[in-house]
Design a protein around this ligand. Sequence first.
Ligand SMILES: *Cc1c(COP(=O)(O)O)cnc(C)c1O
Length: 229
Amino acid sequence: MTLPQRLEQIKSELPDGVRLVVVSKFHPIEEIQNVYDLGVRDFGENIVQELLPKYEALPKDIRWHFIGGLQRNKVRQIIPFVSLIHSVDSVRLYEEIIKRAASIPRSVDILFQVHIAEETTKSGFAVAEAKETILELCSRTEDAPFRVVRGLMGMATNTEDSTLVGKEFATLNQLFETIKSSLPQPQADRFNILSMGMSQDWQIAVREGSNLVRIGSLIMGQRTPSHRN
Ligand SMILES: *Cc1c(COP(=O)(O)O)cnc(C)c1O
């Protein structure tokens, strides 16, 4: 299949209400422009130094999703334009985002990343501590002008075992619902994004309640091995 066919195929399989973010990391500007020309406006990147030139060169109505490990000393560079940060995985990173958003000032949409996989290399808040920590951060009223906590993100274990992957996504969905039901209004209504599912597991993620999938290679093609994340 060609790229436009792969994109159409996935869009036709996604249920209503599930957003698609096309992960364009390691693909050059011209290829992203081609996907933009097919109507895509949501793109995901995981490295600040790669995102900045893409942001400069590409149309300004793109919604850039930051999905990778974010170093605190790089936050300042993406805060002016980033649409949604999926990968807030520590209190210190959260606090840096608030500080940089306040200095503009603007309000930034964020997701908290939760560690649901077996691999220790993946990051995020531990499931056991996530609820308490996230509710505490959400209760900081002085931060309210500078962030909207939109929900949770997680990555499942990289395995053929779809039962395990399904369980991990179900755990995240449960946590999402628990936190949402503990939040006061209007925060509860705005806590409405559950970002889970990539090329190899998006169908399982959608079955387990995802409403935003982050798909790279299935649409954009393989990244070169040295660039695999
Ligand atoms: C690379 C990446 C994706 C997309 O991965 P594919 O397997 O290419 O679909 C999704 N989410 C995160 C956090 C990533 O780093």
